[in-house]
Design a protein around this ligand. Structure first.
Ligand code: NAD
Ligand code: DAU
Length: 380
């Protein structure tokens, strides 16, 4: 079968990646989508069961650090686009093991860039019709101050932000022109990879685009991250380890809204540009955790709030960034994207999904997971 385009999506077996792969495979039968993933603890092919037999989908188990394999794959498959999500993504793990983060996030990105550059440069048409899209995080900008602890009316208005809880905890936001100030080994490695991507554009002309997104939530997220971990703990009435005072603020975006933004930017984003993607949806951790408890209790038929006593304040994360808040006005104005779901809707869907998919949860929490959990929380 002749495909119009062939795109490698790296990290397609992970949380955000599986939503991006699914969207592209279903929406673009004329594209061949190659999911390239090493299947680390965070990658799970069960996330893609519903599309694995589609004729335009192919899975390749490989490490992004393996330059030779990537280069050969690009030549064999005539790849003309890369959407790069593969990474080590959990801040707490990066604090324990920074080397793995530098290896995967920096060296892995560099090996993909070099493979793309060498292959595309060798073609008669060179960069024409090619695109290297790097998915990054808002954490590269560092942390914002929390100047308004009670919350103020934010200067944004979207369908999603018409939610009952529509607050900003300061008047400053992350914009694309801010300088990078990463604090964790995770965000330092992501920042470094972003710099390499831009350097490949500026030095060689590689057609790149970078996006920096806020915290995602939704189905298939590995239960080391706040939302799935806490939903599972509430269900099993296990303690909820809240770091510090629970005052840290994150800007939450439903994962399918991120996938839609990626689709739009892959096709219509300008080469060499950066776009911020965010939910216009700031929550203090402790407020969000209370919403989770009420929602899980209600859906399980327990009295709402019955599990509030599971909240357990533990030692703070080292270097814990206080507040993230994205200004994605550029993306809204230039490409017409905005989040589609109100947070109340998104959280309800998400909690329901985890409660309905206990088998998925049991599978990903078998094996080494319990050891990770015990190590991570035993001294807190
Ligand atoms: P994840 O940890 O759920 O998934 C990462 C995927 O990458 C896994 O499938 C894993 O097997 C794969 N992978 C890891 N190392 C690899 C390697 N060396 N070679 C090939 N594959 C490898 O991550 P996620 O939350 O889906 O995040 C995806 C991307 O989006 C990351 O680049 C992350 O920095 C970025 N991001 C995440 C969020 C978020 O809230 N989760 C927000 C903004 C940006
Ligand atoms: O902002 C985008 C980033 O969001 C992504 O780049 C990262 O890949 C992703 O993991 C996420 O980073 P965070 O560190 O914000 O997410 P996490 O779910 O780990 O934590 C969310 C908040 O909850 C944070 O303030 C720490 C806190 N927390 C987390 C865990 C796991 C707790 O209080 N207790 C916990 O057990």
């Amino acid at each position: 079968m002749n495909f119009k385009r062939t795109i490698i999506i790296t990290g397609g077996a992970g949380f955000i990646g599986n939503h991006v792969v699914r969207l592209f495979v279903n929406k673009y039968p004329e594209y061949k989508i190659i999911n390239l993933d090493k299947l680390t603890y965070a990658g799970n092919l069960a996330n893609l069961k519903d599309i694995e037999d589609k004729p335009n989908y192919k899975f390749v188990k490989a490490d992004i650090c393996d330059f030779e394999t990537i280069y050969k794959l690009m030549q064999d498959e005539h790849v003309d686009g890369i959407i790069h999500l593969a990474a080590e993504s959990h801040v707490d793990r990066s604090i324990k093991d920074p080397f793995t983060f530098a290896q995967t996030n920096v060296m892995g990105t560099l090996s993909l860039l070099q493979a793309a550059k060498l292959y595309w440069e060798s073609l008669p048409e060179k960069w024409e019709g090619k695109r290297f899209y790097h998915i990054s995080t808002d954490e590269v900008y560092g942390a914002l101050e929390l100047t308004d602890p009670e919350g103020i009316m934010p200067p944004f208005s979207t369908k999603a932000s018409s939610s009952k809880h529509h607050l900003a905890y300061g008047s400053k936001f992350f914009t694309e022109d801010l300088k990078y100030q990463p604090h964790s080994p995770y965000s330092a490695a992501k920042a470094s990879s972003d710099h390499f991507v831009r350097a490949f554009h500026d030095t060689y002309g590689l057609p790149t685009v970078v996006t920096n997104c806020s915290n995602n939530y939704g189905p298939y997220q590995f239960p080391e991250k706040l939302i799935p971990l806490f939903i599972n703990n509430i269900r099993h009435r296990k303690p909820l380890p809240v770091y510090g005072k629970g005052e840290n603020v994150r800007d939450w975006l439903y994962v399918e809204d991120h996938a839609r933004a990626i689709d739009l930017i892959f096709h219509e984003g300008k080469i060499a540009e950066t776009y911020n993607i965010g939910g216009f949806n700031e929550w203090k951790n402790i407020d969000l955790i209370k919403v989770l408890i009420n929602t899980v209790d209600r859906l399980l038929g327990r009295p709402e709030g019955a599990d509030m006593d599971l909240i357990t304040y533990v030692t703070d994360r080292a270097g814990h960034d206080l507040r993230y808040a994205i200004d994605s006005t550029k993306l809204q104005k230039e490409l017409g994207w905005e989040p589609s779901l109100q947070f109340e809707e998104g959280i309800e869907k998400t909690v329901r999904w985890y409660l309905d998919n206990q088998e998925w949860m049991d599978n990903v929490t078998s094996g080494d997971y319990q050891k990770y959990y015990d190590d991570m929380y035993k001294n807190r």
